[in-house]
Design a binder for this molecule. Structure first.
Ligand code: ADP
Length: 498
């Protein structure tokens, strides 16, 4: 049955329309005419109300014991598990990814819930000896306050969970501003948070346009922290504005991830990794394999294996059981990927397979793009340097392992990376020398687990890591506490040493 959802904002425990009557819509990227949801175009006044609610709720929420806060998140995890299939179907319909991947998107939320809930009974600080007698020293984590979470469409459930769950366990209140392309996924997710019984104002949802409601959040004087995942351009603006308005900010931006295949690699294994890394989620993951750096001895053979396999990938709607590759998220992004084909040709790259918008049969109803392999790519070409965010992989030939690592590192980004080799020495050299937040040995560039830090070096991020215990560093501040039980004024060593 084709139905369209009427999404609302969620503020202070209530579902509300925006103050302005302007309504936007999200569409099924596999079928442009199908409206998945309508959602409000929130304005500055809506932001003000949500911020006031989150601010008020914070005063109470920060004092709820962390293990009790964590129990709500545990409940969210249970509810996500109960509603997994329903959510996955919606993700597939609104964002386009194949159902198997959509289930993974929800599973990541579930994993994150149980992992974050466990942190409610840890949130460890340190105790350490004092310089002074009869004095006790320790560190404790404090929540930061009201956090605005600005999220993209490519993991419409997992990414909001990654941000909201640790933020809440740490004692913050949150306002989620999801991407314009996936409002229904965000709404269903927040329904689950609401059903878990979180007190009013602890979690809020504001729909709308990034340049309007997102911007208003970033500039709002009463927000303490922005956690952003999205494009480098928007991230640069968010970072600059947070600097100007003195907010904490965690940025997760672009990538230009590479997989190296050395001449000693298990080629079948490397092929499985390359196909999944480059074409999984239609290449629309921040960690997607966008460059394949191939040793010259295996380049020809590996290239023909890759093209052979890529040609067999079946494009289609995400909820169709035979689909390997879903659509691109929207028309703008499809055009952008197509534009890179022109750039590739002009720069002298060769399109081995794909390179075009896919229009056969039902595909013309959506935003599909053929899986594409670009050959004769040199490291300075734009297609080797810029994030394309589509099912496109660039092949670069190298003569040595050292050259492979140097080219892998020759990018302004540094999110994920991968090396296929059977040589233990090369594997360890790669782990040491690759400039990236994530390195896989004999695995593709995609496949992060929620209990390990996620994030990148250089222009991918701003030094923070999401997931794992490192997420706690984003959502808490350290306080050092000294307790003097000597009964007299004890000056610190800097003040009492001659
Ligand atoms: P993408 O290319 O993935 O759409 P964006 O960076 O444009 O990347 O979007 C990521 C998120 O940032 C979305 O939720 C979007 O609405 C939001 N956004 C876009 N522009 C702004 C802005 N100027 N200020 C705050 N948020 C924004």
């Amino acid at each position: 049955m084709i139905y369209s959802l009427n999404c609302q904002n969620y503020i202070n425990g209530q579902w509300l329309d925006a103050r302005a009557e302007n309504i936007l819509a999200s569409h099924n990227p596999a079928n442009k005419t199908e409206v998945v949801a309508t959602f409000p175009r929130s304005q500055v006044e809506d932001v003000d109300i949500a911020v006031a609610a989150a601010r008020q709720a914070y005063q109470h929420w920060r004092q709820v014991p962390a293990p009790a806060r964590a129990e709500y998140i545990f409940r969210v995890g249970e509810l996500l598990a109960e509603h997994k299939e329903e959510l996955a179907q919606l993700i597939s319909r609104e964002m386009g990814k194949p159902l198997t991947e959509a289930r993974g998107d929800v599973q990541e939320g579930i994993d994150c819930a149980f992992y974050s809930a466990g942190e409610g009974r840890r949130l460890f600080g340190q105790t350490t000896p004092s310089e002074m007698p009869n004095k006790f020293a320790m560190t404790v984590r404090m929540p930061i306050g009201v956090c605005a979470l600005i999220t993209p469409w490519n993991f419409p459930v997992a990414i909001p969970c990654w941000k909201a769950m640790p933020a809440l366990v740490c004692g913050n209140t949150v306002i989620l501003k999801p991407a314009e392309d996936t409002p229904a996924c965000a709404t269903k997710l927040i329904e689950i948070f609401a059903a878990a019984g979180l007190p009013p104002g602890v979690i809020n949802l504001l729909h709308g346009v990034g340049e309007e409601v997102g911007k208003a959040l970033v500039e709002h004087p009463d927000i303490d922290l922005i956690s952003f995942t999205g494009s480098s351009e928007t991230g640069a603006y968010v970072g600059a504005t947070c600097g100007r308005t003195h907010k904490r900010v965690c940025l997760e931006m672009g990538g230009k991830n590479a997989q190296v295949v050395m001449e000693d690699a298990d080629l079948e294994l490397a092929l499985d990794g390359a196909v999944w890394g480059a074409f999984g989620t239609t290449g629309q993951r921040c960690t997607a394999t966008s460059r394949l750096i191939l040793h010259r001895d295996i380049k020809e053979k590996f290239t023909s294996m890759l093209c052979e396999r890529a040609k067999k990938l079946r494009l289609g709607a995400g909820n169709h059981p035979d689909t390997d590759i879903g659509p691109i998220i929207n028309h703008r992004q499809q055009q952008r990927v197509n534009e890179y084909m022109k750039i590739a040709r002009e720069e002298g790259a060769e399109i081995l397979i794909g390179g075009e918008i896919a229009t056969e049969g039902e595909l013309k109803q959506g935003y599909f793009f053929q899986p594409t392999v670009l050959d004769n790519v040199t490291p300075k070409m734009r297609v080797a340097r810029e994030e394309i965010f589509g099912p496109v992989v660039a092949l670069i030939e190298v003569n040595t392992f050292e050259e492979a690592i140097a080219i892998l590192n020759d990018t302004k980004y540094g999110l994920s990376s991968s090396v296929y080799t059977r040589d233990i020495n090369r594997a360890f050299a790669a782990m040491r020398d690759i400039e990236a937040g994530i390195t896989y040995i004999n695995g593709p560039t995609i496949g992060a687990e929620v209990h390990l830090p996620f994030g990148g070096v250089k222009q991918t991020g701003n030094g923070h890591r999401e997931a794992g215990t490192t997420a706690l560093d984003v959502f808490t501040e350290w306080k050092s506490v000294y307790v003097d039980f000597s009964g007299s004024l004890q000056r610190a060593q800097i003040d009492n040493r001659g």
